[in-house]
Design a protein around this ligand. Structure first.
Ligand SMILES: [Zn+2]
Length: 95
């Protein structure tokens, strides 16, 4: 943490706001965090600890922008059909 704070202090003096922002975005530990329900509450997910992940707020917004409240298989299909190397297929398997 001391190293991180040193870098921020140094960056503060020498660099732009944009550079500081990108540094913070690359270091999740410095970001504002929020709770994500792994199984959405709208689909019956609970507030139990095993259903909650603490995630960076911005990435949380990006996740829901991409996936909304899609099921794991719907997410896998979307990643397979749109985003990844077309020679791969992602499958969701219930544990
Ligand atoms: Zn969420």
């Amino acid at each position: 943490l001391r190293n991180v704070l040193n870098v921020i202090t140094r960056t503060d003096k020498t660099s732009s706001y944009e550079n500081r922002q990108s540094y913070i975005e690359e270091n999740e530990s410095l970001q504002e965090m929020t709770k994500h329900h792994r199984k959405p509450k709208s689909k019956g997910g609970s507030d139990a600890p095993e259903n909650i992940s603490i995630v960076p707020k911005k990435k949380h917004a990006y996740f829901h922008a991409l996936f909304g409240t899609k099921s794991p298989q719907q997410i896998a299909d979307y990643l397979t059909n749109v985003w990844i190397d077309s020679s791969f297929k992602i499958i969701a398997i219930k544990k």
